[in-house]
Design a protein around this ligand. Sequence first.
Ligand code: IVH
Length: 696
Amino acid sequence: MNAPPDPSSRVRSLRALIRHHNFRYYVLDDPEVSDAEFDRLFRELQTLEEQHPELDDPESPTHKVGSSWTPEEFVADSLPPVTHRVPMLSLENAMNLEEFAEWLERVRKGLPGEEEVPLSVEYKMDGVAVEVIYEEGVLVEGSTRGDGVTGEEITTNLRTIRTLPPRLTGDSPTRLELRGEVFMPLAEFAAMNASRSAEEGLFANPRNSTAGTLRQLDPRIAASRPLEIVLYGVGVAEGVAEGLDLESQQNLFAALPRWGFRAPSFHRVVTELDEVEAIYHEVELARDGLPFEIDGLVVKVEGGERRRRLGVRSRSPRWAIALKFPPRQETTRLEAVEWQIGRTGALTPVAHLAPVVLSGVTVSRATLHNPKEIERKGVLIGDRVLVQRAGDVIPEVVKAIEEGRDGSETPVELPERCPSCDEPIWYPEEEIVPTCQNIHCPAQIRGRLRHFASRRALDIDGLGAKLIDQLVDREIVRKPSELYLLEAETLADLDRMAEKSATNLILAIDETRDRPVARLLHAIGIRHVGETVARLLIEQFRDLDVLAVAKPEEMVEIDGIGPEIAATVADFFAREENRTELAALKAAGLRWREEGPPHAPPGDVSDDVSDDGERPLAGMTVVLTGTLPTWTRDEAKAQVIAAGGKITGSVSKKTALVVAGENAGSKLEKARSLGVEVVDEVGLRKILEGEHPSST
Ligand code: IVH
């Protein structure tokens, strides 16, 4: 049996660790551990201090707000100190609904005689807490929270935030000290990070990027970055209307717009536990669609009178709590990198990780995108890495944590030969993605068949990845057309197949003979021809045989089809091996043409869509700038036009949306200066799916 660990030494080391991580987070804006890992350490210390009151110490980080790093480290600071008139407290965390219910129970006990305690529910914005002070309606000072009592002066940087008025409107108080959160919207953050080089280093997330920006000495840097602010609390308010209780969030949020601030995008007042639970589930589901990062809800008791009765603890008020969502960023170890070949021959690095739970799902693999990204993120095998997962998006490695390397880490080696067919890998000078050029490469064959059978292509029910692997490995099927020659007896011989499942699969394959031609065109897997481009081409040409002989000049007549797509399509149909495969598909009896004449003459398509309110971008003018991560310029253009939008080349006040990718330059700047909405590819995809970020 091991001796029980000595609590006093664990408490000491936890305090040192937490101070160190606070320093990394608050001073260097470069954390070494995920928030979840930090929270675990913090909780462990809190529990030990509760169990061993003799070890408690007023200097413990559990009694301090935020930046309680050691004095030596504090010297690293260069911004002037500011003392908050009213301390800026932190919040206690509830990690789940059970802990929240316990908090609510304590609140109700603390307010005897109150039948229904009104609770304000807000987003817990994942940004940087600040205080802004207005005197006679003029913004005079802004500061960070610091250790809660003393923060850092960042007035000039805060003045660059467009959503923070320099002067209040309406019946402004004589003195107003407001608290809020500065943050960066996700799309703008992604665009900014994408244009940072390996030397500059990547920001782990919008919050660190915001913190780093606010502490810059040169305000031009802050001005060039997409900062925004929401206000959610009051320190001091003098000269407000008689009886106006600003410790009611409802009153505060009604007053803010009168003074020229934006009201928060989400706020509700409820009284019951189950109402908070419902909001928690609702917001967690909506979280991925929000244009900014939140890490939970903040629930506050309404009213100054009640708040005073409940009181405060050393670092947090008893009248408020942060109800956190499960973490989506974690730190773990990169154990290996596997190279995979996709259907187009693209070589992709896949990270093998020590398993880690991200928003409730165990993750052991994540994408590293491409060799250039590995270099940019400075990842070595054996490194601790930050991984994240948002919604359905494939988990990705965000960055390497360089601290704590012991020299055993090894560089990620680029393969010289294809891991599937052993042919040499082609590393083109200008392109980011290396490829295997062998069209008979089994990995590519598998990938093409998977794409052909996938739900959004021909949707062959029952033909999954495992079965495709068997068919390719046994050389039963090498091309999509060969699926139509399969016989039930052959299939019944395969692993995990029986007579019944074999017959069902034959029927499912048979059904696909009558799929819309646009689906077939997408399924064939021509580069740049996704669902939308396929639809545009078939709407125009109707017949695959007609499309096969169409000239690129004819294709570019269609709005949404640019020269690059047109050239790729024409080149595809010109190749002998593709013609043979197409002939085989046609002979297999697949639907080859759609009824009816071609659509309206090409070129008019986008002009008459302005009143088409059904489509997500109906009547909107959109500008594309920079390189998007997965769509080519032509593909993005096609998507926008298919959604009713119109593409123009330059940004003006009439521009409704700017879609920005890597190396977006002056157009992005212009959009920001004009206040035009900016999204990245992910944001655009959300809009196309009918989910407009700013309407959530
Ligand atoms: S109220 C005494 N409301 O969360 C109340 N804080 O973990 C103090 N935060 O320091 C804060 N959204 O940086 C409040 N709607 C919200 C918030 C919020 C985010 C941050 C804030 C605070 C931290 C505590």
